[in-house]
Design a protein around this ligand. Structure first.
Ligand SMILES: [Zn+2]
Length: 121
């Protein structure tokens, strides 16, 4: 095995290094250290992924903004055209409604007059 301190080869299962005298870590300590290394490596990879994703996310957000702006710009003239196309129909509807109201008013007036005349007799 390799000494944890001076990295020279020492007999397997040694408790101390025969070169530097350093106490060798137990299996539990080695496992704890390995676990910490794995955790740190995972965190490092995660940070790299987050850092790599940042500009992509920015691009996506910018792209979505551009699409939204483009849609708004494209829709504006269409909405204007639609409003203009509807205008004559609205005018016509107003005219028809006015004439219907006038006819109804006249019919009511003449009916009322007839009732009045009938009442006088
Ligand atoms: Zn050593």
């Amino acid at each position: 095995m390799e000494c944890a301190n001076c990295h020279r080869q020492i007999p397997d299962h040694s408790d101390f290094c025969s070169f530097c005298g350093m106490r060798q870590p137990s299996v539990g300590e080695e496992l704890t250290r390995a676990g910490r290394e794995v955790f740190e490596a995972t965190a490092a990879v995660f940070n790299r992924v987050v850092e790599a994703a940042k500009p992509v996310a920015k691009d996506v957000a910018k792209g979505a903004g551009d699409v939204a702006r483009g849609t708004a710009t494209a829709v504006k003239p269409a909405a204007g055209k639609a409003a203009k196309a509807v205008e004559p129909a609205v005018r016509e509807t107003k005219k028809v409604a006015k004439s219907v109201a006038r006819k109804a008013a006249r019919a009511t007036t003449s009916a009322a007059r007839k009732v009045k005349r009938a009442a006088k007799k």
